[in-house]
Design a binder for this molecule. Structure first.
Ligand code: ZN
Length: 311
């Protein structure tokens, strides 16, 4: 018995400036701002969500923007790079676009059968565009700035940097249903469920890399998707039976979550596909109002007044 996850659900990272973060992900990358909320544990700060038009699982990148927080250090024990899937042949467009907008990027690389363009967000978060030779049937996100034929389709993969990959690989394969797909140098690629872009976890064994330190420009946790509440409860039991310390189920309004730390140090979450981001705003107007969990609704005016402007 293992947790029956079907791919990536969302990835949450740390930023230092909410307005700059919003501009980068919506205007430079052409993602949709799908939810404006607050950090449930710290309602004086935002929780910002970007994704495709319908805020589908597998496309959602979220940020805790803490104004003025120090930069972290990307390193081992972290989700080291977050990769988006873009159509094959689109990297020339993206390279020109990033250059013209003053975004630092690396040279195009080949990895497995794909072309990769590495770059950083304004806080130094490691991002990649993967122009994949595989079929990615997910729709492009409509954007005023990025034509559909080049647009991001959702996540491609998350790369975990590790001192030693074996215990993490065992959790993925024995505890979460992942299969080893291929190996290239220090990188091993795993896939789950239907396979394809949006399901991949790459384990990068880099013992010489320093241990990562959380802060702006680093990933806080990665979340895997699971079909429903019943499968999630089963996942919790099977992970505990393997010896993981797993949180109880936490209701995050748009999904339910359990959390556990993989042996290399990366915080994992398993989140349900439903009920989704349209429970408190229609799909057409996602991200246009401040969404608060019910327990914070009575404090809306004070919370809104304390949050920095995003415009
Ligand atoms: Zn999460």
């Amino acid at each position: 018995m293992h947790a029956t996850v079907t791919g990536l659900h969302h990835i949450t990272a740390i930023a230092s400036d909410p307005k700059r973060n919003l501009d980068f992900y919506t205007k430079v990358l052409g993602l949709r701002f799908v939810k404006k909320s607050v950090n449930q544990d710290d309602p004086g700060t935002y929780h910002l969500y970007y994704g495709d038009y319908s805020a589908s699982p597998g496309t959602i990148l979220t940020f805790f923007p803490w104004i003025g927080i120090a930069r972290g250090r990307p390193g081992t024990g972290q989700a080291y790079a977050t990769a988006f899937s873009v159509p094959f042949g689109s990297l020339a467009f993206w390279r020109d676009r990033l250059t013209n907008l003053g975004v630092l990027h690396g040279n195009t690389e080949s990895r497995f059968n794909d072309e990769i363009l590495p770059f950083n967000d304004p806080d130094g978060l490691h991002l990649e565009l993967v122009a994949t030779s595989e079929n990615d049937p997910r729709p492009p996100t409509p954007s005023a700035d990025v034509p559909d034929q080049f647009a991001i389709r959702g996540f491609h993969s998350s790369t975990l940097a590790l001192k030693e990959a074996k215990p993490t690989a065992e959790l993925l394969t024995q505890g979460m249903g992942y299969l080893l797909l291929g190996q290239s140098g220090h990188r091993a690629r795993y896939t789950v469920g239907p396979g394809g872009p949006g399901t991949y976890i790459d384990l990068l064994t880099e013992p010489a890399l320093p241990r990562g330190i959380n802060g702006a420009g680093t990933v806080h946790h990665i979340a895997f998707r699971i079909s429903d509440d019943t499968a999630q409860v089963a996942a919790l039991s099977s992970l505990e039976a393997r010896g993981s310390e797993v949180s109880p189920v936490i209701d995050r309004a748009y999904f339910k979550s359990i959390y556990y730390r993989e042996p290399g140090g990366v915080l994992f979450e398993i989140a349900t596909d439903g009920p989704g981001f349209a429970i408190d705003e229609p799909v057409e107007t996602l991200g246009t109002t401040l969404s608060l969990p019910p327990r914070l609704e009575s404090r809306r005016r004070a919370i809104e007044a304390a949050l920095p402007s995003l415009t």
